[in-house]
Write a protein that binds this ligand. Structure first.
Ligand code: AMP
Ligand code: ZN
Length: 109
């Protein structure tokens, strides 16, 4: 999507600190971290929010959770724990309208 910030990050038009990438998913550090570890995991396909997931797109959500656990293991916070947040829509506090999963770790939240 042309005017979407995270689509621009996916295309490399806006720089980001990427920590994981495959054909379907990108993970990168949040520019305004709220914990020692704070990254975002997003589908490369533009899905505006959790409320916009269509039939057949559920697989991407399952895959995102698998990647989150893989990164938790790799980065060494799987045992201590972490928080996954998805803000959805205006009342949910979503500012960027491209589905993203916040992953926070590295301190007691
Ligand atoms: P939300 O309020 O759930 O839509 O969260 C959007 C998140 O995107 C916030 O935590 C921002 O700090 C983060 N963010 C905004 N712009 C960028 C960027 N250019 N690179 C990385 N993270 C960003
Ligand atoms: Zn997008």
């Amino acid at each position: 999507m042309e005017d979407c910030l995270f689509c621009k990050i996916i295309k490399g038009e806006i720089p980001s600190e990427k920590i994981y990438e495959d054909d379907d998913i990108l993970a990168f550090n949040d520019i305004n971290p709220l914990a020692p570890i704070h990254f975002l995991v997003i589908p490369k396909k533009h899905i505006a929010s959790l409320a916009h997931i269509e039939a057949g797109e559920e697989q991407i959500i399952a895959k995102i959770y698998n990647i989150i656990n893989k990164l938790a293991e790799e980065k060494g916070f799987k045992e201590k724990g972490y928080r996954v947040i998805v803000n959805c829509g205006e009342d949910g506090g979503q500012e960027v309208m491209h589905l993203h999963f916040h992953v926070l770790a590295g301190k007691k939240l």
